[in-house]
Ligand binder design. Structure first.
Ligand code: SF4
Length: 90
């Protein structure tokens, strides 16, 4: 992977609750009570909005695992962006 992942987001409209992202990277993704994936942030915050990787609860974010989690999503609901905000996936 050329550039580093800087932001991630879950499109709640697209998420069908398949939970494969949670299976791949449970330190970053969790299901909420609407059965949609949320991103785990520091301070017990959870969001589906575009999130800076520096705000994630997990301290050392593994880009490959994050990419695998996004790729595992059957509806391509997980968006990844680089530092410049350019979409890296899907
Ligand atoms: S893998 Fe995709 S559809 Fe499944 S919970 Fe995660 S974001 Fe939602």
């Amino acid at each position: 992977m050329a550039s580093k992942i800087k932001y991630l987001m879950v499109d709640r409209e697209l998420c069908i609750g398949a939970a494969s992202c949670v299976a791949v990277y449970p330190e970053v993704f969790q299901m909420d009570d609407e059965n949609k994936a949320v991103i785990l942030q520091k301070g017990d915050l959870k969001t589906s909005e575009k999130t800076d990787v520096d705000l994630l609860e997990v301290s050392a974010v593994d880009d490959d695992t994050l990419m695998l989690a996004a790729q595992s999503c059957p509806t391509l609901a997980i968006y990844l962006y680089d530092e410049a905000g350019t979409q890296m996936y899907p």
